[in-house]
Design a binder for this molecule. Structure first.
Ligand code: SOE
Length: 382
């Protein structure tokens, strides 16, 4: 296949900047695509950081002002790996300039801001993708296929958890480059936008719309020193967030995310129980999909642990040989491969910003319910 270059301008030199840069570098080695990402420019307000990142990842140039990056005629795709409070400003400017856009999750600080982003990309008609990478773990993509094929039958229960423990220490500060996730002015919310957003995105993909929620949040450490102001300031992000939900298909759900589950670093798990079959997944054993089918002959019936590494499993034919595993970073390569293929075919790739808005509305409803102590209906996307 003849490849055409697609020039990438990426913003942000943090953890997500690295996962996305790695995807841009490697995708064409493993997927036969018409478009080949070229690392044209990396943008960060800190020039030294941008230079070091460009050097390490092979970017051709650097920018320190996002407006300059967006103005550049040689940039086709803007990839936003910045903190949540600047997603809207950058995404709207990029859409107005007619650039394709990838944006890290959550789409924005809240639903209102996310609506403006969606309006901007729809008006401009530019391809857009919100990065909810967990959809592209082969085992989760396989779960989607099993559900869509009707193997589970009527679904009764959805159960999801995302557990971490990295903010338990009272002496951990908030804010700044490394700890902006703890600063509500930058992150918008705590684990609701950071972790539950992942659980919600997977859930609405696998099990359809969520109609209403009833939530509870908690802030365990009420004050932390702010790395920028140097002062001890109130903590306003949710440290833990739990909610009950009703899906449009009649199933009911529990969701939980916390950064206070001692012993868990990033334990994302979910289980779905249907009339005929159940499935379960665990990020710490990410290549396996647990599957129980009640239709199996009773004497051999039991949970199967499917090692999702065969050539006919989602994405796996692009990698090594059957039985050999891939990892976290590959989910970003898969979502990029799907996005590039979508651009070539003139088709939107899910999740689009519009789906990011659905998740944002659910996060808003969760935070609203936690405040009011009432069930809250989720706003519908037009
Ligand atoms: C937070 O620690 C975090 O890095 C999230 O921001 C990511 O989205 C999640 O995948 C892992 O945890």
């Amino acid at each position: 296949m003849i490849m055409k270059n697609l020039n990438v301008g990426l913003l942000g030199c943090g953890f997500m900047g690295r996962t996305h840069s790695n995807a841009h570098r490697r995708v064409s080695n493993f997927f036969d695509l018409e478009l080949k990402p070229v690392l044209k420019a990396i943008c960060d307000v800190n020039e030294e950081k941008a230079k070091a990142f460009a050097n390490q990842w092979g970017y051709e140039s650097i920018e320190t002002d996002y407006r300059k990056l967006i103005e550049r005629k040689d940039i086709d795709l803007i990839d936003i790996c910045l903190p949540n409070n600047v997603h809207a400003e950058v995404a709207i400017a990029a859409a107005k300039a007619g650039k394709m856009i990838i944006c890290e999750k959550p789409l924005a600080m809240n639903g209102k801001e996310a609506e403006k982003i969606v309006n901007a990309v729809e008006k401009a008609g530019v391809p857009n993708l919100i990065s909810f990478n967990y959809r592209r773990f082969p085992a989760i993509t396989l779960a989607k296929k099993l559900i869509d094929d009707g193997r589970l039958g009527r679904i009764f229960h959805y159960r999801a958890k995302f557990l971490q423990d990295w903010t338990i220490s009272k002496s951990l500060p908030q804010g700044g480059d490394s700890l902006w996730r703890l600063d509500a002015k930058v992150a918008g919310s705590g684990v609701t936008g950071d972790l539950l957003a992942h659980c919600i995105d997977t859930a609405i993909w696998l099990n359809g719309n969520i109609e209403e929620v009833c939530a509870m949040t908690e802030i365990f450490v009420k004050e932390r020193k702010h790395l920028i102001t140097g002062k001890v300031e109130k903590v306003e992000i949710d440290d833990a967030s739990l909610f009950l939900a009703r899906f449009s298909n009649g199933s009911i759900a529990t969701f939980e995310a916390t950064r206070y589950a001692r012993g868990h670093k990033a334990l994302y798990t979910f289980e779905i129980n249907g009339e005929e079959a159940s499935i379960a997944w665990d990020l710490h054993d990410s290549h396996r999909l647990q599957y129980f089918d009640h239709r199996d002959e009773s004497i051999v019936r039991g949970w199967r642990s499917i090692h999702v590494t065969d050539g006919d499993h989602p994405y796996m034919k692009h990698w090594w040989v059957p039985g050999l595993t891939i990892g976290y970073e590959h989910s970003f390569i898969h979502q990029l491969a799907d996005f590039l293929e979508g651009i070539s075919k003139g088709k939107p790739t899910r999740p689009t910003f519009k789906e990011g808005l659905i998740t944002q509305y659910i996060c808003d409803a969760v935070l609203n319910s936690a405040q009011t102590g009432k069930w809250v209906k989720v706003k519908k996307v037009k």
